[in-house]
Design a protein around this ligand. Structure first.
Ligand SMILES: [Zn+2]
Ligand SMILES: [Zn+2]
Length: 171
């Protein structure tokens, strides 16, 4: 839990920095991401009118599954400008910002993570990881592509659409 004792907030605010176990991210059942070390954070709280304004940064090392090749890779989710305001009256003793830190960090996980920009993914036929090498299914470099059979498509002018309109092609 990232808790800030509100009694510590003076005129110049109050700063907290530290580490929290990666469990804080609550990723135990997440198929795509898992914690890979402690979350680090540095936050400053300031009283502004009736609110407590918390600013700072947080980062979490993660293992994320690549959306193309399904391999896990190491990355860091980083929130560089955490900024949330809380009603002072609702937090007379301490402010727990864990939920907001967690949510902001999880938002940094891309919807379609890639282990590398040019990840070649898996062969759709045999499942081979194409980053590790070419499988037997792929046509040799420069060879006929599977689309070459369509090269003659529309070769005859007027052959498409069929005469007589849709659904009434010649018998
Ligand atoms: Zn990949
Ligand atoms: Zn293959």
């Amino acid at each position: 839990m990232i808790r800030i004792e509100t009694s510590q907030i003076g005129e110049n605010g109050y700063s907290v920095a530290g580490e929290e176990p990666g469990d804080l991210l609550d990723l135990a059942r997440d198929p795509v991401a898992r914690p890979d070390g402690p979350i680090r954070y540095e936050l400053t709280v300031e009283a502004a009118g009736t609110e407590l304004v918390v600013r700072g940064w947080a980062e979490a090392p993660l293992q994320i599954r690549c959306s193309r090749c399904a391999q896990f890779f190491s990355t860091t989710a980083r929130v560089s400008s955490f900024l949330h305001a809380y009603e002072s009256a609702e937090h007379p003793e301490f402010l727990d910002v864990s939920d907001d830190v967690r949510e902001d960090l999880l938002l940094e996980i891309p919807a379609f993570p890639l282990c590398q920009a040019g990840c070649k993914g898996l062969c759709a036929r045999c499942g081979q990881d194409l980053n590790e090498g070419v499988c037997g299914c792929a046509p040799p470099e420069g060879g006929p592509s599977p689309w070459s059979a369509l090269d003659g498509w529309m070769a005859t002018p007027g052959s498409w659409p069929p005469p007589g309109g849709p659904g009434r092609g010649p018998k």
